[in-house]
Ligand binder design. Structure first.
Ligand code: VAH
Length: 316
């Protein structure tokens, strides 16, 4: 395969940091350029090149792609569900124009591949709650979900009309300890671990029986890389693939944490994010991803909880 040069836009974010580090392990430090509008995340320091890029500035993006001989772009920059509801027009503009800028540059420079994440947030209250299928009624009620669903159709369009090999996953809520969550409705499932370690307690902004599809970050990173390395001919989905790992509620994850921290106490104070969570499915059918590129998760709730607590306690 010709030498790859990967540009990760949004590299300082929750997913971007871990994806950049994983890609550098595979392709070599100098083959993966980390880019963000924000400062370089400390976890990326001295691990490879870092450039400041505003994905909304298409001309600047195009110049960087040419100057750095970029062959692949991973676009992680986005405004997530909870933050998006506070500033709908900014969320729509950034999530949509950022993607269109990347797709246009990929078309014009004939890039090898593009990765862009969608989310289970595309589903809405009229989608099936359990084992929500790849294709079903999809009527998102958040700006984030609307922008992700619209983005899926743009990816499909650029693939079929211009041959841009853009690939996408509908991430569930992603849980990690390395960097802060990004302003999503599923952030409680990260905050709860830090609350448990710091002061044996956490107040959940979602009700105790709010089941949501979730995934541990190592599974999400592996899914992303496995999708990007799959033979193009195996891929039947060019909007975005459902992927799944675990579904749990705040009460269930609290019970799992109590196995490690017996006096951990959870309380509940639902806020505006409850309505967003209630609009999403509780579990996802990812049989198409399994069929097309053999997707299989490796972390369940028990294994994730153990790993999260061990690493957060180490970092204390
Ligand atoms: C959010 N973490 O909460 C994101 C994710 C399925 C949710 O897309 O907005």
């Amino acid at each position: 395969m010709s030498k790859q040069k990967i540009l990760v836009i949004g590299a300082s974010g929750q997913i971007g940091v871990e994806l950049t580090l994983a890609l550098r392990k595979i392709y070599g430090a100098n083959s993966v350029i980390a880019a963000d509008l924000r400062e370089e995340n400390p976890l990326l320091k001295d691990t490879g090149p870092y450039v400041s890029i505003d994905v909304m500035n298409k001309e600047m993006l195009h110049v960087q792609v040419i100057r750095q001989n970029v062959t692949q772009i991973y676009l992680l920059a986005a405004i997530l569900s909870a933050t998006g509801e506070k500033n709908p027009s900014l969320a729509w503009h950034l999530n949509m124009q950022g993607l269109l800028n990347v797709l246009d540059v990929a078309k014009e420079e004939k890039l090898h591949k593009v990765y862009w994440p969608s989310s289970i947030a595309v589903f809405g209250p009229t989608s099936p709650k359990k084992n929500c299928p790849q294709q079903t009624v999809i009527e998102p009620i958040t700006v984030y979900g609307i922008s992700k669903y619209a983005g899926e159709f743009w990816c499909n369009y650029y693939f079929h009309k211009y041959g841009v090999d853009v690939r996408s996953l509908r991430y569930p809520g992603l849980i990690s300890y390395k960097s802060s969550p990004g302003g999503g409705t599923t952030d409680y499932a990260i905050e709860i671990f830090h609350g448990a370690v710091a002061h044996n307690s956490y107040t959940s902004f979602l009700q105790k029986d709010t089941y949501l599809p979730m995934m541990y970050m190592p599974d999400a990173i592996r899914a992303t890389i496995e999708l990007m390395e799959a033979p193009a001919g195996n891929l039947s989905v060019r909007t975005s693939y459902n992927i799944a790992a675990i579904s749990f509620s705040p009460a269930e994850i609290a019970t799992e944490i109590k196995k490690h921290i017996p006096d951990f106490v959870i309380t509940y104070a639902p806020d505006y994010r409850q309505a967003i969570a209630d609009s999403w499915p509780q579990s996802i059918d990812d049989s198409v991803a399994h069929k097309d590129w053999n997707w299989k998760p490796e972390y369940d709730l028990t294994r994730m909880t153990t790993d999260m607590l061990e690493n957060i306690q180490k970092g204390k």
